[in-house]
Design a protein around this ligand. Structure first.
Ligand code: SAH
Length: 383
């Protein structure tokens, strides 16, 4: 989706006040100390923000009148503004959220019988340029702030809270929206701390997942910084093909990526890693590709594979694999003892499926112009 219905609103912080969504618990305690208040007050306010989804200090009834007035003066609770929200026929919900002018990002909620997963963005666009991803084709603008990342969860929780359907709750968060989360390390980790914190959204480590295209040194840093689950976008088990699909593979080839994954598993024996593998017709979906993947997975026996049928977008040169090939690929892996799941495509009637998130990116690279040219060429061919 490329058109924006309303003009994106003022940037976070444009008021000159401090946005409390930018702080994790420790940061909030430090901020309260700085303004001459007791740190436990920060925790009281934090509970209002994340448990009660309150953004007006005046409604925080157990906070004294004088402190409420002071807080209103020096800070605010500023989640991104919803420009558009769309529901798909399968219950998937997508929000287009305004950042600064000309930029908007997408957040997607996927309800399932036993859980509700929110797919959160970490950057406006993405700099990694994976050849099969529509976010990559849109180019890159900037990192999202902590407030803009945790604000996505806040906005969705507030919206879903208003619906009485029992399944519509956020039980899982995946950093699998627009952007490469490890490239925005500090802000993403801070936001994930708020997802995990009891006074925040209180999600267990296995319910908060960061997905990376494979920024090897930062995988090690992540394992030191916080307990969350890891997903790695693999898509090919040989270096030539992977470099074509995921260009950062040139810098961090498969052997280095695997070594980092082995270190992760050794340090976090109770967690496992999910390898994402998007199946593209005639590109990476043949029996020989499955064999290469099986060989690679032998080095990580506790990990699993998540197969994602490719989701097309305008201007792409790839196609989704045939249903038979997808089934055969999965069977080949399962027969070799590799735990393999097939991700059901959700929300594709509102362009909310994996790799279809586009938002609105004021591109700082040439990539969006190249995509438009390919789309125009495609339209000409179709005539
Ligand atoms: N940058 C991070 C997180 C965002 S992408 C990463 O690369 O992991 C979330 C997942 O969707 C990734 O596995 C990504 O490779 C996959 N994906 C991207 N484009 C896709 C498409 N067109 N169809 C299906 N999956 C896609």
């Amino acid at each position: 989706m490329n058109q924006v219905i309303a003009t994106p609103t003022a940037p976070t912080g444009s008021t000159g006040k401090v946005n409390l969504l930018d702080f994790d618990r420790q940061g909030l305690r430090d901020f309260f100390t700085q303004i001459g208040e007791k740190p436990y007050r920060a925790e009281q306010v934090m509970k209002w923000i994340y448990h009660d989804l309150e953004d007006d200090f005046e409604n925080m009834t157990d906070v004294g009148k004088a402190l409420r007035a002071k807080l209103t003066e020096v800070c605010y609770i500023g989640a991104p503004k919803t420009l558009l929200d769309k529901a798909a026929t399968d219950g998937t919900h997508k929000w287009l959220l305004g950042m600064d002018s000309g930029n908007a990002i997408e957040t997607v909620y996927i309800p399932e019988p036993t859980r509700g997963t929110l797919c959160v963005s970490s950057q406006i666009g993405c700099a990694l340029n994976c050849s099969f991803c529509s976010t990559g084709a849109q180019g890159f603008n900037r990192n999202l702030s902590t407030a803009e990342i945790i604000g996505q969860v806040w906005v969705a929780a507030k919206y879903l809270g208003n619906i009485t359907h029992q399944n519509r709750r956020i039980t899982n968060v995946v950093m699998m929206g627009m952007g490469e989360p490890l490239a925005n390390f500090e802000n993403v980790v801070r936001a994930m701390r708020l997802m995990r914190d009891d006074l925040g959204f209180g999600l267990a480590a296995k319910r908060v997942t960061l997905s990376t295209a494979g920024m090897v040194p930062l995988i090690d840093q992540l394992s030191d910084a916080i307990d969350v689950s890891l997903a790695v976008s693999l898509h090919a088990a040989n270096d030539d093909l992977r470099t074509e699909l995921v260009p950062i593979n040139k810098r961090y080839p498969i052997a280095e990526l695997l070594a980092a994954c082995q270190r992760w598993v050794a340090r976090k024996p109770r967690t496992s890693i999910t390898f994402e593998y998007t199946l593209m017709k005639g590109i990476n979906d043949q029996p020989e590709h499955a064999r290469q993947l099986i060989k690679l997975m032998r080095k990580l026996p506790t990990c699993k594979v998540n197969l994602i049928p490719f989701n097309p977008f305008p201007g792409t040169r790839y196609e989704r694999s045939d249903a038979n090939d997808i089934r055969d690929f999965q069977t080949q892996l399962l027969n070799a003892g590799v735990l393999t799941m097939l991700r059901r495509t959700r929300g594709d009637d509102i362009d909310a499926a994996c790799g279809q998130l586009a938002g609105q990116v004021t591109d700082r690279t040439r990539r969006s112009a190249d995509l438009r040219k390919r789309q125009d060429d495609g339209a000409l061919h179709a005539i």
